[in-house]
Each structure stands twice: as structure tokens, then as C-alpha cells.
Design a protein around this ligand. Sequence first.
Ligand SMILES: Cc1ncc(COP(=O)(O)O)c(C=O)c1O
Length: 414
Amino acid sequence: MNKLAIQGGDKTITLDQSEALEWPIIDDEVTEAVVSQLQSGEISFSDTIYKFEEEFAAYHGVKYALAHNNGTASIHGALFGIGVGPGDEVIAPAATFWGTYMPVLSCQAIPVFCDIDPFTGCADPVDIERRISPHTKAIIVVHLGGMPAEMDAIMEIAKRHNIFVVEDCSHAHGATYKGKKVGTIGDVGCFSMQGGKLLPSGEGGVMITDNLKYYERAICLGHYERIRDLPEEKYRKYAKTCFGYKYRIAPISAAIARVQLRHLDERNKCRDDNVMYLMDGIAECPGIYPVKPSENNFRGYYSRPYVRYVPEELGGLSKEKFIEALRAEGANVGSGAPGGSDHLSAVFQEQNHPAFSRPENNREVTYQEGDLPVSENPREDLFTIPVFSRPNKALLDQYIEAFRKVATRVAELV
Ligand SMILES: Cc1ncc(COP(=O)(O)O)c(C=O)c1O
């Protein structure tokens, strides 16, 4: 039998992986949409933005979609929309991108970090409840890497404590929780459309809600040009200045987003089919336990999925050695697990953002090592497998073969 590649044998994975891994997909349809937008001369204001919003709202079955120039802005709009302000606390995980929680400070309110589930990286409902205080106004839930968070438990807690839920769906366009699209379960849903996301528009963001007030308030924050058209007259006086932010999406980004939205479900399905086929194939190896979404959920794959590695079932071979051997076979596998210690970053240690000096926020808030034991200590027994964006069964079979080859010959590596 062929030797392991790490010991000088032939590689198992010989097929080119670059096309299967390509993301974002910029095809002729995208190019034509961009060129046509440019040729229209409408590169700042355009109906294309409204068309995208209508299509995005219809896709989610909600009343309102408000496009923004990035996902961070859409979260700022959502928080301002629900009325987050000085004196409020907003709970969010620290294992995320800062665009999730920094808008809390932009609203002059205080982020309170919560811990996560060690396998999914999503907020742990039990820990969320532990962090609730009389000042808590909202929870921002992140569907991390595309994995739907535990929305039933989170919504139940929010209802009991009378607090808002904002869903950060920046990694999870098209994902569903118990049949419901993420972003439609909480009070407001927000999505980044930055170039690497499942719905990539270059730069862009979008906020969705069924609540007119949240939508109108988000417009008042950063969309001055729309204020005069709002149904409720009481907002019109802000048309001159809005609240000082300019959050309009570029029409070229909206044009790209319209094309990408048309392909979202089919591309999500292709990624999911590939992941499931690979997971089922490698799960036959001893010591390899892919972390799947629960059966009622459909996850998006913005991030690579995790696999749990049990060395005791593989002759005691370390995870690192196993990964090294797989890489030598040509497999694109990585180390890593959900986690993050953003609460220890400079802004929170120094507390020098103006929000911390507001008299309404004048109470002791600390951000310390040890606050988030799970987030701060990612599991060491996980590793990642790739997500392929195009169908390629032959390549997936080579991956499964590589796993089998290494798993059956661990004795040679121990
Ligand atoms: C979870 C999460 N939330 C929010 C954002 C902010 O989005 P943007 O970069 O479009 O501002 C990102 C961006 O990467 C993200 O990953």
C-alpha cells in the first residue's frame, strides 16, 4: 500500500482545489450588473437600492429592509432603532467581530459580554441570563460562522425579562432555525455583505424588521435622504441632518447584492451538500466526530465546520500530528475552535470610549480575564475542514480517502 505522504508516499488529494474553494463568485452576471449600474450614471443614489431592499425583505418575509454601507452600520441602526441609549447595557458574545458590539458604545450604552457554547461558538443562553441586570436593554445574538444560535431559549429569556433581541446574521444569510430564517426571529436582524460573506456585495449591510418604529428610527440615524418620505410626520424635522451618520449603501454594491441574493439558496445548498458528504464520509474513521447543526436547522457556512478529534481512538496520535499528516496528503484542514477574548482588548481595558464617561453609565463595569471561561479557552480537540462552493464529488472522495488512509495508519506516526 502507498506510504503516507508525510513519510514520502504519494499524495491522496491530487485534484485542483482552487475553483472549488473560490469565494466570492464574481461571474458574468455580477459583472454585467455592475457595468449596467455604472452606465446608468447612478453611482450614489439609485432605485437599485430600493429594489434590493424589496427583494431582501420578500426573501425573508418581513415588512422592512434597510440597506446600509456595511454590517456594522446596520447593527448601529438596529440598536438606535430599538432605542438603546445612555444608561443601557447590551449583552453580546466576545467571540465575534467587533462590528457586533462596538455599535453599543456608539449608542452611548455599555456592552456586557456573555460566554458561548464551546462547539458552536454561539451565545450560551444560561450565561446570557446570568448577565442580565436592571439596566439590560437588549441581547445581540451572533449566528457564528453561520450556525444558528439557540433562539427558542434566547427568545424565552428575552420575553421573560422584557428585553430586545437583535440577531447578527452576518455569517448566516439564508440559514434557518427550526424552519425560520435567521434574522426574522428576534426584533431586528442585521447582515454584513462584506466581500467574504455568504451574500457578498463588496461592502454593504442590511437590517430587517417587521416593526415600523425601529425601521423609521434607523432611517433617522443615518439615512437623511429618506426622512422626508417617512409615513410618520414626527420624524420629518430631522431630514436636514439625520442623527449625523451617512449609512447609504453604494448602488454598485446593491447591484451586486441583487445578483448574489438570486443565487444565495442554491449556493448555500451546494456548500451544505459538500459539507454533509464530507462529514458523513470522514465520520466512518475512528476518533473523528464532525460537529453538525441540529436536525431542525440549516446552517450557512461562512466559517469552516469543526470536527472533534479523539486521540484515544487513534492510537494516542496527537491532533497536531494527524493534521500534519492530512496536510501532507493535500488536505486543506486547519487547527482552531470557536472562542475569543475581545473583552480584554484595549478599549475595554482602558474604558476610554466616551460612552464610559456618560453620567448615566456611571457604575462599575469590569472586563477581566476569567470572565468568559469558555470563550477564553477554545477547545483543543477541534479542527476544521474546508467548505467547497462548487460541486466536486471526485475531490470530496479524495478527501475521504485521505482521512481513511491517515486514520488507518496512525500506528506508523505515533
Ligand atoms: C459577526 C459580524 N458582525 C458584524 C460584522 C460587521 O460587518 P461589516 O464588516 O460589514 O461592517 C462582521 C463583519 O465581518 C461580522 O463578522
